[in-house]
Design a protein around this ligand. Structure first.
Ligand code: CP
Length: 365
């Protein structure tokens, strides 16, 4: 992409293209599951992210979002998400207001119609409305509780904020989606393919983890690979198939973009010829099949952990290794892979700032 010499001109134009594709010409609405921008909007967000990556020093000098406030409400911990949001806000001139419900700010009641005589002194209805008066965007991380998959699937915290906020809401990871990670991953696929990864073989492989993790990240990988029209191979054991509803929509989107989605039970077969191998631990769709009871079984670990031998089966033996991080070394992937020529995990994490800056500009410029 060739850019005009004055980045502010091209910034306005790039933001305009995102808004035209996603918001009907206006600043877009909330981003909760990652599908909202549509394929054309996602293409434009990535284009804007690349522009920011190239020109971020000049953009930072202009402080285009000076006077804007982004509230980051973290029900759960983070390294990359918090740091990359703060970095993007700092470079764009916006203020990032970090809140951790229950630690320094009130813990929140999420249920409607309850008598609030328990531990939570504030209801999400008031919190969302009040924070919308201070901030121009509410960015929320709320992992699933893990005890009730049906309740978790409702995504009560993020959906309540979206229902009661009067400014856009950005998901920083919920039960079923991590849209910023998905956009950063799409950028990483683009980098691995040396251009748009349409038709490119990409493997998403389940990997062992001592805890039953949410499916938010792998489902976001699936959504973005579908939008890209990639040849996505998902490798996972029986019982660990991904959420059926999201998969059904992803298959439709993938087909409309000229892509394919296939499921493999043999990880070696799935990675053969792939330009990228994305490893992630995730929990089963049914609560009884707890991953924890399988952890420690050596055949399971040996079969699914990503090794240098397996990376040698990728395209030219040089496929990119991707993971959203944090990653458990020698459980999910061997040191030899993470420290070897395949690993792109640092660049992938760097993409988080670029795509989030693009989103902030689309909402707040
Ligand atoms: N990938 C990711 O979201 O990292 P954090 O959990 O550290 O934010």
């Amino acid at each position: 992409m060739s850019e005009p010499t004055d980045p502010s001109n091209s910034l306005d134009a790039a933001v305009g293209r995102v808004r035209a594709a996603w918001g009907g010409g206006s600043p877009p609405g909330s981003l909760l599951d990652g599908w909202e921008p549509g394929a054309a909007g996602i293409d434009e967000v990535l284009r804007l992210a690349r522009l920011y990556r190239t020109h971020r020093r000049e953009i930072a000098r202009a402080r285009p979002l000076a006077g804007r406030v982004v509230a980051g409400i973290f029900f759960d911990p983070s390294l990359r998400t918090r740091a990359s949001m703060e970095a993007a806000c700092a470079r764009l001139g916006a203020h990032f207001l970090y809140l951790r419900p229950g630690e320094g700010s009130w813990s929140l009641e999420l249920r409607d119609g309850v008598r609030m005589d328990g531990a939570e002194p504030e209801h999400v209805r008031e919190a969302a409305r009040v924070l919308s008066r201070y901030a121009d965007l509410l960015a929320i991380r709320a992992f699933p509780g893990g005890r009730d998959l049906v309740e978790d699937r409702r995504e009560p915290a993020i959906r309540a904020f979206a229902a009661h906020a009067t400014v856009p809401v950005l998901s920083l990871e919920s039960a079923l989606a991590h849209p910023c990670q998905g956009l950063a991953d799409l950028m990483a696929f683009d980098q691995a393919a040396g251009g748009p990864p349409r038709g490119a073989p990409i493997c998403l492989t389940w990997a062992p983890h001592p805890r039953s993790l949410p499916q938010a990240v792998p489902l976001s990988v699936v959504r973005m690979a579908a939008v890209a029209g990639a040849d996505l191979r998902i490798a996972c054991p029986e019982g660990w198939d991904l959420d059926e509803e999201v998969m059904a929509r992803a298959r439709e989107v993938s087909a409309s973009r000229g892509g394919t989605i296939s499921v493999y039970r043999d990880p070696d077969e799935a990675v053969r010829g792939a330009i990228a191998v994305y490893a992630k631990g995730w929990g089963p769709s049914r609560p009884t099949e707890g991953i924890g009871e399988h952890y420690g079984a050596l055949p399971v670990l040996d079969r699914w952990r990503v090794t240098a031998r397996r990376m040698g089966l990728t395209a030219g033996g040089r496929g990119a290794f991707l993971h959203c991080l944090p990653v458990r070394r020698n459980v999910i992937v061997d040191d030899e892979v993470l420290d070897g020529p395949w690993s792109r995990v640092t660049e992938q994490a760097a993409n988080r700032e670029f795509v989030q800056a693009a989103l902030l500009l689309a909402w707040l410029l």
